[in-house]
Write a protein that binds this ligand. Structure first.
Ligand code: EPZ
Length: 419
């Protein structure tokens, strides 16, 4: 299994380009199942989850073209879907496969998707997805580890999610786009990825209004046509790179990112003493002096993103004072804490709350990645640690970060991928 070898203590300086958002590209690829016509997607990040989604669509006999000449583009043609199934061996490697459930049952009247099972950060059930599809008229059965959905034609309905769910909202929007009549989704997720999906669906001929707010209205249509769509920049990669610049005491210019998707993160980092300025089509970040410990609580968008919690914890190990980090979205998202403690961080975890005392001098160590964002936080800790860090299982990182070692290496990090 591949590892990262990182020599800490280098200031990062220079310009880094932010890739397209994995969590916008995945629903966009699933949405291509809603039409028999070609869908062209641009600004697609070259990360493992995108390759997995491409394999999943190809398994259903959709054609998926990714040409080396244009590596950040993909063309999907779901002309005929012979096998409307997302098999266990693919779903177990990427729970976002569940995003094919809504489009498949809306387009073909049938879907069979393996239940994703839990993951390192929590149980992550899909009961809210299933309940929404039932309200839209699908007959659902779950047995042998699969969920099956059947419906001649979905019917518009009034949905209200009892918990805010990002992919649940996306599944419901895609299913409702081809349902008969109007659907109202209340307590919808408001993430930028939701608005991006709505923009793509409307380009395909759907009629979606209110995306980005808690109430989304979809008027179903008979058919959807092909479209070309450019996905939004990855706000979590951008946030991760902002922390990388700050934690090393360097200065970075991030290009091709969207500052307005990062307001809560930028505000929190500024409270900690980091100077972030909009510049061109991006953000410039540098340290405004010693970092100050500041509490944070993760919340659904537009609050502080749970996907930035681990990265923020790495930063707080270098801040003066004590900070409390409260994780409200997932029940087990502090796996990175113990690995940082092995590097010398002072962190105690009680339930959904972690307390970080800083600044702590970190020393390089042999550590294990456990999930996508935990791996990113260990890279950040390694960048500032004295000596060499080996991070095992970087495949977790590759799921959501495009060539991170090249991007960081190009701005001064001493980082290499080793077998
Ligand atoms: C999306 O996951 C993202 N993934 C996650 O990013 C992100 O952490 C999460 O939203 C929260 O922002 C993609 O978009 C592909 P949820 P999702 O449904 O949709 C519970 C990353 O790092 N829940 O919003 O799966 C759930 O257990 C990944 O890129 C139910 O109880 O998250 C969680 O506690 C990690 N029943 C909470 O809701 C359901 O049916 C929010 O989950 C669905 C969710």
């Amino acid at each position: 299994m591949e590892k990262f070898k990182i020599e800490g203590g280098k200031r990062l300086e220079g310009t880094v380009r932010v890739s397209g958002a994995k969590n916008a590209a995945l629903p966009a690829m699933a949405a291509a199942l809603l039409t028999s016509e070609p869908v062209h997607l641009r600004n697609i990040p070259r990360v493992r989850d995108i390759v997995t989604m491409g394999k999943l669509l190809a398994h259903m006999e959709a054609s998926v073209e990714m040409s080396p000449a244009t590596p950040d583009e993909v063309t999907i043609r779901a002309e005929k879907l012979s096998d409307a199934e997302a098999p266990y061996e693919l779903v177990k490697t990427m729970r976002a496969s569940v995003l094919t459930l809504g489009p498949l049952v809306a387009r073909t009247g049938y879907a069979r998707v393996s239940l994703p099972g839990g993951c390192a950060i929590g149980a992550r059930p899909i009961d809210l997805h299933i309940h929404a599809l039932e309200k839209l008229g699908a007959e659902i059965s779950t047995e042998h580890g699969y969920v099956e959905a059947r419906s001649k034609r979905l019917r518009g309905a009034q949905l209200c999610f009892e918990k805010i769910t990002v992919t649940g909202t996306e599944n419901a929007m895609m299913a409702a786009a081809l349902a008969e009549g109007e659907t109202l989704i209340e307590n919808a997720a408001r993430e930028p990825e939701i608005s991006d999906l709505a923009e793509m669906l409307n380009a395909m001929g759907a009629r979606v209004e209110g995306a980005g707010t808690s109430t989304v209205r979809i008027r179903g249509v008979e058919k959807l046509h092909g479209a070309t769509h450019t996905v939004i920049p990855d706000r979590i990669e951008a946030g991760t790179l902002l922390v990388a610049g700050a934690i090393t005491g360097g200065e970075l210019l991030l290009t091709h990112c969207e500052p307005k998707h990062l307001t809560a993160v930028i505000d929190k980092l500024a409270q900690a003493g980091i100077v972030i300025r909009a510049e061109g089509n991006g953000l410039r970040v540098h340290n405004g002096g010693p970092l100050t410990a500041v509490d944070v609580t993760t919340e659904e968008y537009p609050g502080f993103a749970t996907d930035m919690q681990a990265q923020y914890m790495a930063l707080m190990t270098q801040a003066e004072g004590t900070s409390a980090i409260t994780e409200t979205i997932f029940e087990n998202r502090f796996l990175h804490a113990q690995e940082m403690v092995r590097m010398g961080a002072q962190i105690t975890v009680e339930g959904r709350r972690a307390v970080v005392r800083g600044p702590a001098r970190l020393s390089g160590a042999h550590v294990q990645a456990s999930d996508l964002r935990a791996s990113a936080s260990l890279v950040l800790a390694a960048l500032v640690a004295q000596g060499e860090t080996i991070i095992e299982r970087v495949y977790h990182l590759d799921r959501g970060y495009e060539r991170l070692e090249e991007k960081l290496g190009a701005v001064g990090a001493k980082i290499e991928r080793v077998r």
